[in-house]
Structures are given as structure tokens and as C-alpha cells.
Design a protein around this ligand. Structure first.
Ligand SMILES: Nc1ncnc2c1ncn2[C@@H]1O[C@H](COP(=O)(O)OP(=O)(O)OP(=O)(O)O)[C@@H](O)[C@H]1O
Length: 374
């Protein structure tokens, strides 16, 4: 089949269905390497046009899951359905995806034009179509005019943009990105992050990106799949993952979180030392040991001493806010609180000062004791 220029490359798919439909269904996928289980019964649906990030610490299985989707790794059990077609045992070349790897993986002996044209030539597209298509793709990634350069003459960011154009050349239904930004320096990474996101939104191509960088996932993804030890800990929008972490692991992995040792009390309270603090509804039995998790930005400090108070042990200037480290009076536990810079003068922040502490109930969530280790 020839590639034509009346493709969805130039506009966000107008035919996007009103009801979400699964582009990819992953059902009970397990991958074992010998006796080691890298993926344990993964079940996940990815909707048409979604940008999904697989996020997790090193070794959690995110790359293995991506490679399984591509057919580069064969799952031990479970199935994969793409647009209604069972692709579970198909070789990579028979699957419908384009892929960008962390290391640019361009053909060094081919020009930018020939790198991008590679897949189109394999499909026996005609010359005029290939030229028009490559020109369109290079314009999309802001590399028009670089057709005759070789990869070695390009910066890392430019090489990744060529890799992106190459991955999109054959209009794959699914774009797979395996840590595409992690080899780049911070400035280029930030720029390319926006470029990829804008391109994906414009094309509407279903995209899965593997990353261990939470900021990347939070800023780019429609939904984040947080993984740990071969299982999915949580699937949700960036706001859900940040504000309603489903486990202590997710709470500790995303952003900064305080964990305080408490014992659960009835009526949605927890005992911090001898002080009863209201918290979000929980299912813990009375007197059961638990951890109360609260983000530093949710903690409120005041000069008027309340029942819960602490001494300022450290102040870190972070521009828009100051991160204050407190030692809680009574329990000696440490608590971080972020104070917006404009409020720090009101508090007269200084080391050794005793401040009143308020932990808003709607930001205080209980997790099992000792459960936030990855
Ligand atoms: N071919 C293999 N043979 C044996 N073990 C493997 C193989 N590939 C991956 N693993 C193991 O499976 C686990 C998951 O690996 P995977 O590469 O998916 O992790 P990851 O989450 O992508 O981590 P990273 O960010 O470090 O790449 C790791 O413990 C890894 O050592």
C-alpha cells in the first residue's frame, strides 16, 4: 500500500470516536526470565489517541512491557489485542508501530533523508510520494533543509527528531518511545518534550512512552501507568496520580511526601503521638499502626502555637517557596512544609523557631505502616 499525503499527519484525527475505544488491550501479560518474573499479569487498556507513560524505578519492567508490545520480547503468557487483532505471537515486522529508542539508533551511513525514507522504501512507495512525505515529516520536526546531512553531523536532540520522523513515516497506529529524552541534556530535553507532546496532539497517534522521569510523565501523559517490581501500582491521570496516590509506593515515588508514623483512630482520625489528627476516610482498625502521608505544600504553618507544633530545623530556599524542615514536638518526627516566599516574611522564618502546624484532613491519607519502600 502506498503512503499518501492525505494522511492524518496534517491534522488531529477528525474521525476520533466520541466514545473511547481501546487501541491496545494487554491482558494478563507475564514475562519470566528464568525464575525471575519481570512482568506479573499485566492488564491494561490503552485508548485510541491516548498518550500513556509507563513510569517506574529502574528494573520495574517498563521497558520489558514496551518491548513485549512491539514483539521484540515474547511474553511468557497473556495476550495483546491491537485494534481488535490478536498480535500476541506476531513478529515485530508484522505489527503496527513505530519506535524511538533512547540511543538514537539512526543508520550512521545513511543521510537524514534516507533514514526517514527507510520504511517507505521497504513498502515500495513511489519516488514522488517518498520525497513529499520525507519533506512533510522533516518540516514537522523542524529539520527541513537537513536532508543531506549524516547523523554524526547532528546534535543529540536533532538525531532524536530524525528518529521520531522515521518512526512516524509509515503512519503507524502506535508510536512507542523508549526513554527518548534521557540521553539529552536538560535544556534540549525540555524543548523536545514540548515538541513531542505537540506533535502527538496534532497527529492524534496513540503513543506509549517509557520513562523513569516523573516530571516528564506528569507533563506529557494523558494517563500514567506507575509500575514497581513487575506489577502496575496505579493507572491514572497525572492529577490523580499526584493527588490520590493508590499506594504508599506511588505516594513516595511521585513528588515529595511526608510520612508520619501514626495509629489509626475511629471516625477518620489518626493519633500522632498524643494528638488526634483528622484525615481522609480510611479502613484501618482502631489502634492499628499506619503512616499518615501529606505533601509539604499542604502543610500550613502559623506563628500562633496550636496543639501540633514543631521547631524549625532547616530552611531551604527554592525560589517560589521555602522548604522548612520541622521536628514535631512530642514525637520528634520530621516534617517538611513548603511556605510560599510571600508568606515567609509573615512567619518571620528562622532556625530554632517554634511554629504551629495544621495538617488539612483532605490532604492527609493513611497507608499501611512501613509500606513506602520500593
Ligand atoms: N533479557 C533479559 N534477561 C534476564 N533478565 C532481564 C532481561 N531483560 C530484562 N531483565 C530483567 O527484568 C527486569 C525488568 O527490566 P526492564 O528493562 O524492563 O526494567 P526497566 O523498568 O525498563 O528499567 P530501566 O529503567 O533500568 O531500563 C530487570 O530486573 C532486568 O534485569
Amino acid at each position: 500500500m502506498q503512503t499518501t499525503l492525505t494522511s492524518p499527519l496534517t491534522a488531529h484525527s477528525a474521525a476520533k470516536p466520541h466514545l473511547p475505544s481501546a487501541h491496545l488491550s494487554i491482558d494478563g501479560v507475564t514475562k519470566r526470565f528464568g525464575s525471575f518474573t519481570a512482568l506479573d499479569s499485566i492488564a491494561l487498556q490503552i485508548q485510541e489517541g491516548e498518550f500513556v507513560c509507563f513510569l517506574g524505578p529502574s528494573g520495574c519492567g517498563k521497558t520489558t512491557l514496551l518491548r513485549t508490545i512491539a514483539g521484540l520480547t515474547q511474553q511468557t503468557s497473556g495476550s495483546l489485542i491491537q485494534r481488535g487483532k490478536n498480535i500476541s505471537t506476531l513478529p515485530p515486522q508484522a505489527r503496527d508501530f513505530g519506535i524511538v529508542f533512547q540511543s538514537y539508533a539512526l543508520f550512521p551511513n545513511l543521510t537524514v533523508f534516507d533514514n526517514v525514507a527507510y520504511g517507505l522504501r521497504n513498502r515500495r512507495s513511489d519516488r514522488a510520494t517518498i520525497h513529499a512525505r520525507v519533506a512533510e515529516l522533516l518540516a514537522l520536526v523542524d529539520l527541513s533543509g537537513s536532508e543531506h546531512k549524516y547523523p554524526a553531523a547532528l546534535s543529540g536532540g536533532q538525531q532524536q527528531r530524525v528518529a521520531l520522523a522515521r518512526a512516524l513515516a509509515t503512519e503507524p497506529g502506535l508510536l512507542l518511545l523508549d526513554e527518548p529524552l534521557s540521553a539529552l541534556d536538560a535544556r534540549v530535553r525540555g524543548h523536545l518534550r514540548h515538541q513531542i507532546k505537540a506533535l502527538q496532539a496534532r497527529l492524534g497517534v496513540t503513543t506509549i512512552m517509557v520513562t523513569h522521569d516523573q516530571e516528564e510523565a506528569l507533563t506529557m501523559a494523558d494517563r500514567i501507568v506507575v509500575m514497581n517490581h513487575g506489577v502496575i501500582e496505579q493507572v491514572g491521570t497525572p492529577a490523580e496520580i499526584y493527588h490520590q496516590p493508590a499506594s504508599a509506593f506511588v505516594a513516595s515515588f511521585i513528588g515529595t511526601m511526608n510520612f508520619l508514623e501514626v495509629t489509626a483512630q475511629a471516625n477518620n482520625h489518626a493519633l500522632l503521638g498524643t494528638i488526634s489528627c483528622p484525615c481522609l476516610p480510611h479502613a484501618y482498625a482502631k489502634d492499628q499502626a499506619a503512616q499518615l502521608a501529606i505533601r509539604p505544600e499542604a502543610v500550613a504553618l502559623s506563628v500562633s502555637i496550636s496543639e501540633l507544633s514543631g521547631d524549625v530545623m532547616g530552611i531551604e530556599f527554592l525560589g517560589a517557596f521555602q522548604r522548612v524542615s520541622l521536628r514535631l514536638n512530642g514525637t520528634e518526627q520530621r516534617l517538611l512544609a513548603d511556605v510560599p516566599s510571600r508568606d515567609s516574611a509573615t512567619l518571620g522564618l528562622r532556625l530554632g523557631q517554634t511554629l504551629g502546624i495544621h495538617l488539612p484532613a483532605d490532604a492527609a491519607r493513611l497507608y499501611p505502616a512501613g509500606s513506602n519502600q520500593s
